[in-house]
Design a protein around this ligand. Structure first.
Ligand code: HEC
Ligand code: HEC
Length: 486
């Protein structure tokens, strides 16, 4: 995790933490103890991000400005490239590692870069317990530690494992502001914010930098809504039989939204939600909820080997291979004045090992067919087929019908077959979705919520259809500026 940026965000949020550990914290705590298993069926209305063409154009310059790292050479775009839907552009790194290198040789982050697209539309704020979704929701990064895209954009510049603007081992906004002033984005910055803008206090200028980047992320250049799915919604594209079945399976509805239940559901929409009422705003394919899917460790996570404090005093990994990513738990517990997840007694909020459900837009977008993308917070999966197969079979073994029960003290004792997947990175039955691997239930209530993942009972063909549907979420299917055909 990004230590300096986390503490930076933390200090920004200290005023909120008193609120959190007061009423909101207490009620969230009680809710977490007394609610039934999550059903995640609600969507969260999209945010309407600010738009301004000039500011967005400046944001684009800053996003692509490779003079803003220390040493120079790395920009936001280095890890969030349009060709991959604003995620990582090097196939080899995605295939072998998952988490990616920073500007200083030998330094790596601990997580995979998610897509930066559509993020200004996502639910903002410190993650909180939402009783409709029945889960924690909101915030940016895999663990919610940035409350919005403006706060988010301030972090990578100061992260030792990313753009590394550090002075005496402390993240230095001054260094970034100085670089903007003297670099290729400087003139445009003064054009947009005034010739005297660099006389303002550094913290104000730093916020303007982040706001411009955020406005760019919200603009049609990054978040264009030009996928085949968007065209399909407008009646301008027809889905193939596979894509349509994939949509039905992903949503569990005949019409792919709010209609009659489809007989088979993969429950994707329970977390990667769209609104039942399309007039509420565009479909983001997430309700920003947090969940522990039981994703295995990524044995090739380069962060495991970054154990040397002399080379990397701020961003090194003191735990080596014992490092476990607790996701939301590592962020929220310290914020509430409680010990971090790995030291805490138990997990009173049920958040350890949970990560934010990302938008599914552009999950497949890649520059060529053979290009490999990595998936999940640690990048352990290398294809969408693998991801969907994991959702379908996490709790199964090589013996047909055998189901692993993660609520048992030793879930792997007495198994007749070999588990199909390595154990979860954080196998807590408290936070694993569907730890018993129960199958059945439907969208009409009842045991709903207990069968979201692990043993979905999908056929190979149905898995492929879901993948075919996910591919319809890639932008660039149509050009919004092209004149309509008569
Ligand atoms: C060295 C690679 C790298 C660089 C450079 C980088 N990022 Fe990221 N980005 C990541 C990683 C890794 C994460 C996930 C980190 C986490 O969740 O702890 C991330 C997360 C994000 C997210 C959050 C997405 C979400 O769904 O929550 C946004 C937005 C983003 N980056 C934008 C930016 C911007 C803007 C810049 C430039 C100021 C930038 N990134 C520079 C690797 C990078
Ligand atoms: C219980 C909530 C939940 C359900 C149900 C769910 N997801 Fe997810 N999804 C998540 C979370 C949380 C993550 C991130 C998990 C992690 O990194 O550990 C995720 C990650 C993903 C990713 C990786 C995205 C990336 O950029 O790395 C894909 C693809 C995906 N889900 C597709 C699906 C599909 C397809 C389905 C239905 C078969 C589905 N999900 C069902 C919550 C859910």
């Amino acid at each position: 995790m990004n230590l300096s940026a986390a503490s930076y965000t933390l200090s920004k949020m200290l005023s909120r933490s008193s609120q959190l550990s007061g009423f909101a914290g207490a009620s969230a705590f009680l809710l977490a103890l007394f609610v039934s298993p999550p059903s995640h069926r609600q969507s969260i209305p999209p945010v309407s991000p600010p738009t301004s063409p000039n500011v967005a154009a400046l944001g684009e310059l800053l996003f692509n400005d490779t003079t803003l790292s220390e040493p120079g050479g790395m920009a936001c775009v280095s890890c969030h490239d349009p060709s991959t839907g604003f995620s990582y552009p090097e196939s080899g790194v995605n295939f072998v590692l998952g988490p990616v290198p920073g500007i200083v040789p030998g330094r790596f982050g601990n997580r995979k870069p998610p897509s930066a697209a559509y993020t200004p539309y996502l639910l903002t704020g410190v993650p909180y317990y939402d009783s409709n979704v029945q889960a924690y929701v909101g915030g940016l990064f895999w663990d919610g530690r940035a409350s919005d895209t403006v706060e988010q954009a301030k972090a990578p510049f100061l992260n030792p494992n990313e753009m590394n603007n550090l002075l005496h081992n402390v993240g230095s906004p001054d260094m970034v502001v100085e670089k903007v002033k003297n670099g290729p984005s400087g003139p445009m910055f003064m054009l947009v914010y005034g010739v005297n803008v660099f006389q303002k206090p550094v913290s104000e200028v730093y916020t303007l930098i982040a706001q411009a980047i955020s406005t760019f992320e919200a603009s049609p250049k990054v978040s264009p809504f030009t996928s085949k799915y968007d065209a399909y919604l407008e009646g301008k594209a027809t889905f193939t039989a596979q894509e349509l079945l994939g949509l039905r399976l992903a949503t569990g509805r005949w019409n792919g939204r709010n209609g009659l239940p489809y007989p088979v559901s993969a429950h994707c929409m329970d977390c990667h939600a769209i609104s039942s009422d399309p007039s509420q705003g565009p479909d983001l394919w997430t309700n920003s909820c947090y969940a522990n899917l039981g994703v295995p460790r990524n044995p090739n996570n380069p962060y495991y080997t970054m154990t040397d404090p002399t080379n990397n005093p701020v961003g090194y990994n003191p735990l080596g291979y014992d490092f476990i990513d607790f996701g939301l738990g590592d962020f929220l517990y310290p914020l509430m004045g409680l010990p971090p997840a790995d030291l805490a007694e138990g997990d009173p909020l049920g958040i350890d090992g949970t990560f934010k459900a990302p938008s599914l837009r552009n999950v497949d977008k890649r520059p060529r067919q053979a290009f490999v993308k990595s998936y999940m917070h640690n990048g352990v999966f290398k294809s969408l087929k693998q991801v969907v197969h994991f959702y379908n079979t996490r709790n199964l073994t090589t013996v047909p019908g055998e189901v692993i029960d993660f609520t048992q003290p030793d879930p792997y004792a007495n198994l007749k077959g070999k588990p199909l997947w390595p154990p979860p990175e954080w196998p807590s039955p408290l936070t694993l979705i569907n730890p018993q691997g129960l199958r059945g239930g439907d969208d009409k209530g009842g045991s709903m919520g207990n069968e979201q993942i692990g043993n979905l009972g999908l056929t190979d063909y149905q898995e492929n259809c879901i993948v075919a549907f996910l591919k319809t979420l890639s932008d660039g299917y149509f050009d919004p500026r092209a004149p309509e055909k008569p």
